[in-house]
Design a binder for this molecule. Structure first.
Ligand SMILES: Cc1cc2nc3c(=O)[nH]c(=O)nc-3n(C[C@H](O)[C@H](O)[C@H](O)COP(=O)(O)OP(=O)(O)OC[C@H]3O[C@@H](n4cnc5c(N)ncnc54)[C@H](O)[C@@H]3O)c2cc1C
Length: 356
């Protein structure tokens, strides 16, 4: 059985011709020539170095929840991160600074923080994958994002062959992106967060969450209540992994919300009868990709062979069982083309493609 994030793995394990579909939440993808499972940052760096020195192109995989692996797989070495652990570095009356190993299960870390009375990540409850991947795309949900609490990422730079500390500015965070995304120069070995010592959440920013909790945007609620509410919302959208539910055999949101200029927004408004859901984005306008997909005529549950749009959320493309990556990519293209033809906006994928 494939190792999952959070499993206890004794040592560095090396295997050949390994089916990568077992390590991806989409359950799609071909084989890796070699898979090296590492349980320490040191082993991860060593494995990466030796593969590079052998002329290979190593790929770093953690929880496999934001990757689309080609049917052909990866012709070289995959390094599977399973280093774990949370270390308190500093503590005051107001803050606690914690370092989390990259391969540590993200949601286990969130649960730990809540149980310790630490706030700042409670609305990121239920996001699959590893702590080390959270800076890669500046993971965000329900009004919180990684850059709100991240102090620094410990990074092995394959170019300089050194371990360096990347602060907020060096991470160059943006909306679902950072300096690390689609960039194999860096291996994040640990992430350091500064959390607030508080039994209550940070101010709730997301209107849906505030409504559900019966509070106003800007209010705070007990940490456990914030987590329960977010998990409940996420489950209703198939956004919490569940072996029994093919709506969760996905990468979460397949497309990012497009950010467009005010002129483009005006053109969009002319094409549709109603006001598109939108938010300000640094002088531009972010439009809901899920809404655009719906407007283009794609409904929840839309099927194309063994893949389809989730029955719970228009933005999640799912493997209904027995699908292939080619089928999924054809569905993604059909949706993106449909939106572009009908509404004049091109959607771009959020996950990383591997082996294409
Ligand atoms: C059901 C579901 C719901 C989701 N909900 C959300 C959500 O609400 N918000 C959100 O932002 N995302 C969401 N996602 C996407 C995904 O969970 C996150 O992006 C997550 O952080 C990916 O972590 P991972 O460990 O699975 O990364 P992987 O899929 O293993 O890797 C993703 C990319 O990051 C790179 N990478 C991973 N770890 C490292 C490292 N330590 N150093 C260098 N590179 C690394 C990989 O090489 C790859 O390019 C969801 C996914 C699913 C399946």
């Amino acid at each position: 059985m494939a190792s999952q994030i959070g499993d206890n793995i004794p040592n560095r394990i090396e295997e050949t011709d390994v089916n990568l579909a077992e390590y991806a939440t989409l359950r799609l993808g071909g084989p890796a020539k070699r898979l090296i499972t590492v349980t320490t940052s040191h082993d991860a760096i060593t494995a990466l170095r030796s593969a590079s020195e052998a002329g290979e192109r190593p790929f770093v995989l953690a929880g496999g929840s934001n990757v689309i692996i080609s049917d052909a797989g990866w012709p070289s070495t995959v390094i599977l991160l399973r280093n774990q652990g949370v270390t308190v570095l500093d503590s005051s009356a107001e803050y606690v600074t914690v370092r989390v190993a990259a391969g540590h299960n993200w949601d286990a870390f969130v649960q730990w923080a809540i149980s310790e009375g630490l706030s700042g990540v409670e609305c990121l409850s239920g996001i699959p994958g590893s702590a080390g991947a959270t800076p890669i795309q500046n993971v965000g949900a329900y009004g919180q994002q990684t850059c709100d609490t991240l102090l620094s990422a410990t990074v092995y730079d394959r170019m300089s062959r050194r371990v360096v500390e990347y602060d907020q500015a060096a991470c160059r965070f943006g909306y679902r992106t950072s300096v690390f995304k689609r960039n194999d120069r860096y291996l994040v070995t640990d992430v350091t967060f500064r959390l607030y010592r508080s039994p209550n959440s940070q101010p709730i920013r997301y209107a849906e969450t505030a409504r559900k909790l019966g509070v106003d945007v800007g209010d705070t609620v007990p940490l456990a209540e914030a987590r329960a509410s977010v998990l409940d919302s996420r489950r209703s959208k198939g956004m919490v992994l569940d072996d029994a539910d093919p709506d969760t055999y996905s990468v979460g949101s397949f497309f990012v919300n497009p950010v467009i200029t005010s002129d483009e927004f005006e053109a969009l408004q002319k094409r549709v009868a109603t006001e598109p859901p939108h938010w300000p984005a640094d002088g531009d306008i972010k439009v809901s990709a899920a809404w655009l997909i719906g407007q283009a005529g794609f409904e929840k549950g839309y099927r194309r062979g063994n893949v389809g749009i989730s029955t719970k959320h228009t933005l999640a493309l799912t493997n209904r069982g027995g699908g292939t990556t080619s089928e999924l990519m054809a569905l993604a293209e059909e949706v993106a083309t449909g939106v572009e033809e009908k509404l004049g906006i091109r959607l771009h994928p959020e996950p990383v493609t591997v082996g294409f």
